[in-house]
Design a protein around this ligand. Structure first.
Ligand SMILES: NC(=O)c1ccc[n+]([C@@H]2O[C@H](COP(=O)([O-])OP(=O)(O)OC[C@H]3O[C@@H](n4cnc5c(N)ncnc54)[C@H](OP(=O)(O)O)[C@@H]3O)[C@@H](O)[C@H]2O)c1
Length: 312
């Protein structure tokens, strides 16, 4: 049996989901650097080598465990063996881009399974231990898209709004048990969610869709205007790390220039002005995409006519 003093000096156990890349990877590394007992989880352990290499080259250690937040079995198996968790960082998330008209119901449900139900299920598995010990902290990685709309990512925005609502609600339920529940709402940051993990809905390039060129117009705005200004993921990882030890954390934190800009405008009542600006940008980009399509079509028609003429 450990004495109270021993328990006080014991490093706090931090459980982080989605540590194969991005914020989770950097937060796990940072937490190990800062002396936490880290359980870095990922759904696919084949992707664990970069984290293992980063840890060992810094002479650090962390437990790397398999955890797919969408699998009730994986969550239950993990909860049985994890031991007491002091800080839970619900970070795992996915994005599937495309108009709500083109996205399939299965794609929308997949987003919710990961970004909302995955977090709810894991939190329900971990929170009772914290309640018993009357201490704990839960840090949910939401998004700016949990505060404002995100066109061509409606299901993602809806899942993050749901997560923000969940966070605000359980924050009150768990306060009497000495558990802080916090959300972070980052704007765009350069991680794999907009890189190797970037997904588009299956119907994104469906020419029959009335949203065909609009989807592409949105993508053009993303590539030309939004992504070049995306923040560095280390900033978010540093915030997560600070919140692991902050004495009196605030209920939520907005991070990134784009996020602060949009959230402030919304707060000041200028949300509709910002929406009109976004519509103008997407409309302009869509016009360019339409022009490109027309040029492609006329090149194809000309090529066909040339081939027919050559055959005659
Ligand atoms: N980067 C941004 O601009 C941004 C902005 C706002 C909010 N966010 C949020 O930040 C969080 C972290 O994303 P990121 O930007 O660091 O992107 P990332 O590099 O793509 O990392 C996402 C992580 O989530 C994991 N994941 C996905 N589905 C999972 C599941 N079912 N079970 C367990 N892990 C799963 C991924 O694992 P795999 O490698 O196996 O796919 C990956 O490790 C997400 O919740 C995202 O919505 C990101």
């Amino acid at each position: 049996m450990e004495t109270e003093k021993q328990l006080e000096n014991k490093p706090k156990c931090v459980l982080i989901t989605g540590c194969s890349s991005g914020f989770g990877f950097l937060a796990a590394l940072g937490a190990a650097q800062n002396g936490f007992d880290v359980i870095a989880t990922m759904r696919n352990l084949d992707k664990s080598q970069p984290l293992k290499t980063a840890l060992s080259s810094a002479n650090l250690s962390a437990r790397i465990e398999q955890l797919d937040v969408t699998s009730p079995q994986s969550v239950a198996d993990f909860a049985k063996k994890s031991g007491p968790v002091d800080i839970l960082v619900n970070n795992a998330g996915i994005l599937i881009t495309g108009s709500f008209l083109d996205q399939t119901e299965a794609e929308m449900r997949k987003i919710f399974e990961t970004n909302y139900f995955g977090i709810v299920n894991l939190t329900r598995a971990i929170a009772p231990g914290m309640m018993e010990r009357k201490t704990g902290r839960i840090i949910n990685i939401a998004s700016l898209a949990g505060l404002v709309g995100h066109p061509f990512n409606a299901a993602y925005a809806a899942s993050k709004h749901a997560l923000v609502g969940f966070t605000k609600s359980i924050r009150v339920e768990l306060a009497p048990f000495g558990i802080d529940v916090i959300s972070i709402e980052p704007g765009y940051h350069r991680t794999e969610i907009i890189g190797a993990n970037a997904n588009q809905s299956d119907n994104f390039y469906n020419r029959q869709s009335p949203m065909f060129t609009w989807n592409r117009g949105f993508l053009r705005v993303m590539f030309e205007e939004i992504l070049p200004r995306a923040g560095h993921p280390q900033d978010v990882a540093d915030l997560i790390l600070n919140l692991m030890t902050a004495k009196k954390p605030k209920p939520h934190y907005i991070i990134g220039k784009d996020a602060r800009f949009a959230a402030t405008l919304q707060w000041l009542g200028f949300g509709p002005w910002l929406e009109r600006k976004v519509v103008r940008k997407i409309r302009r980009a869509t016009r360019l995409e339409n022009k490109r399509e027309e040029e492609k079509k006329s090149r194809r028609t000309k090529g066909r006519a040339d081939r027919i003429q050559a055959d005659l």
